[in-house]
Design a protein around this ligand. Sequence first.
Ligand SMILES: Nc1ncnc2c1ncn2[C@@H]1O[C@H](COP(=O)(O)OP(=O)(O)OP(=O)(O)O)[C@@H](O)[C@H]1O
Length: 357
Amino acid sequence: MNWDDTGTDTGERFDDRLVDAGADGEDTAVEAALRPKDLDEFVGQEKVREQLDLVLKAARARGATADHVLLSGAPGLGKTTLSMIIAAEMNAPIRITSGPAIQHAGDLAAILSSLQEGEVLFLDEIHRMSRPAEEMLYMAMEDFRVDVIVGKGPGATAIPLELPPFTLVGATTRAGLLPPPLRDRFGFTGHMEFYAPAELERVIHRSARLLDVELDAEGGAEIAGRSRGTPRIANRLLRRVRDYAQVKADGRIDREIAAAALGVYEVDARGLDRLDRAVLGALLKLFGGGPVGLSTLAVAVGEERETVEEVAEPFLVREGLLARTPRGRVATPAAWAHLGLVPPQQGGKGQQGLFGA
Ligand SMILES: Nc1ncnc2c1ncn2[C@@H]1O[C@H](COP(=O)(O)OP(=O)(O)OP(=O)(O)O)[C@@H](O)[C@H]1O
């Protein structure tokens, strides 16, 4: 069971979300073309950029391999892009892999032993690596050496293998999940923040130029405001708006076209999509704004607990529309305003908002 804005069961699922910050197949192909190639082109993240610039310049001046770098932050904020920039700035090749792809220490040994001197190894979702691989990584990061275990049981022997110096760039959405011994082995940790609307506008205008799309300032602002602080979402919305502009108009994007296009895709002025609004709508209309338990809320929107908790809530909390309290989920005054409803304590109209529609 699913609900639309008016609390009606639509029977649809909420997959394939346009505002999902994770990559999909289409993203990865277009993203390659839209990726900034150096630190100057990389928009925003001033602090991380400035610090990283120093780390890389100093390493270059010493003729040394750059220190290991840990990048933390939500999906789609530019961790992969930054790792590629690190490699480019160090004039080094890059190898890209991810924690879930390395389940055995042997997988990691095979990658490490084939690295060239100075190569950048980008390990996405580093917090999802297996324990034995993680322990092998400690020694590799610190001493550029691994012990390869040959054989099994009492006859097993450890053969030390020297590695060329390399730079590990680890990326994680949850730096807090990394065991301290791993975290401590990074020489530099950069935390990526969500982007301000003005920064997203710069990302969008840059992408529009690369995609050869005519976009005016107001159109850019309209898309930026719905992009949830995330460049990946901004680029995806731009592409959908471009489709609309081509089919319904003359290809040019202004505020009106951007708003109409994103209306078609049900991404509202604040970047909420149908799932977000369904969660918020249920909380307001069925439970008077809460507090209500997560499980009850999930049943009300016909979704898994995890989907509500991990997919919808983080953005609603970040936007100040929903609060997680010990007594349950509670809507904020901004949530009532956003859905155009009146809180029940403010008079009779609220009851209409609560149980009507
Ligand atoms: N600072 C930036 N300036 C311009 N474009 C950016 C910036 N950061 C990210 N992008 C664009 O956003 C898209 C997603 O970036 P990227 O793949 O680096 O994110 P990510 O943090 O690695 O995501 P994930 O963790 O999901 O892999 C790319 O198309 C990239 O071009």
